[in-house]
Design a protein around this ligand. Structure first.
Ligand code: R5P
Length: 284
């Protein structure tokens, strides 16, 4: 088996290689001056099972194309199989299409199929189901995040899911932390604005808001305001994928949230929890 360092999150591929002892495959990813992608294998991959690591942030369109290019090149150089590890998989947040609106995940799934990718590994995939039509392993960072929060934030807290979908991850987190979990209701207005329904319950003590993705921070800031209004003492945030678009980190800390932690599926200033060992055991 060979591990390939892709364009993004090569650090996780390196960590996984170190944990498992599986060798890294050297390669060269570059761009021509007009932005067109260049790729070359610098190791022999003939007969190998190739594992491509590529986290879809930033510039998911570019990363998707790069992954397809690497997969195609792997097969044309004699690879036995290609597995893709997408620690963060984008394109999964547009769900109910408005008439005329694109549903990107459909197109992406078709492209991955054409590239003959045999297995896909993700971490806390937003759709919570296998849409790929090939073997799909979805891992979770929730248990490790819960351990971190218990050690670094508070030893006694309530878990709050900012919307009904997030309740799925919040429950996994709460099972590990052995604490109560509550869920809010959210209506998304557009990419940057959401309305979160009030909590019809009094809160006491600390609260950890748990979600898969924090992008603009709008969702967690609204949830934090509601938690404070309901009586929460301190509010923290834990998420798997810290996209932290634009000035999200400032918005989050200015909103009164004490601290935020994420995993290293996307490398950000708050990626204090590594899921490399979770990925490593899945690959091993
Ligand atoms: C959406 O359903 C996700 O689970 C997150 O709640 C969402 O991506 C967060 O986005 P933002 O930080 O921009 O509110």
């Amino acid at each position: 088996m060979t591990i390939l360092v892709g364009g993004t999150n090569g650090l996780m591929a390196l960590k996984v290689a170190k944990i498992t002892g599986i060798p890294l495959c050297y390669s060269h990813v570059d761009s021509y001056p007009d932005g067109e992608k260049y790729f070359r294998f610098a190791s022999n991959i003939e007969g190998e099972d190739v594992v491509i690591f590529n986290s879809m942030h930033p510039n998911p369109d570019e990363i998707l194309f790069e992954t397809l290019l690497i997969a195609e090149t792997a097969y044309s150089n004699g690879a036995k199989s290609v597995t893709c590890v997408f620690p963060y998989f984008a394109y999964a947040r547009t769900l109910d299409s408005i008439k005329g609106e694109a549903l990107p995940i459909k197109t992406v799934v078709k492209m991955l199929k054409i590239a003959d990718i045999k297995k896909i590994i993700t971490v806390d995939f937003h759709l919570q189901e296998n849409v790929f039509g090939v073997e799909h392993l979805d891992l979770t960072g929730m248990e490790k995040l819960a351990e971190y929060c218990l050690e670094e934030f508070s030893d006694n807290f309530t878990v709050l899911a900012p919307d009904e979908k997030a309740a799925y991850w919040a429950k996994k987190f709460a099972d590990k932390a052995e604490c109560e979990v509550l869920a809010l209701k959210k209506i998304r207005i557009d990419a940057e604005n959401v309305i979160v329904d009030d909590l019809r319950k009094e809160l006491e003590g600390d609260v950890v808001i748990v979600d898969d993705i924090v992008s603009t921070g709008g969702t967690v800031c609204q949830a934090a305001r509601i938690a404070k209004r309901a009586g929460a003492k301190r509010v923290f945030v834990a998420c798997t994928h810290a996209i932290l678009a634009k000035d999200a980190i400032m918005r989050i800390l200015e909103s009164g949230i004490e601290d935020i932690v994420s995993t290293d599926t996307i490398l950000s200033p708050v990626s204090h929890v590594s899921v490399a060992d979770v990925v490593a055991s899945a690959i091993d």
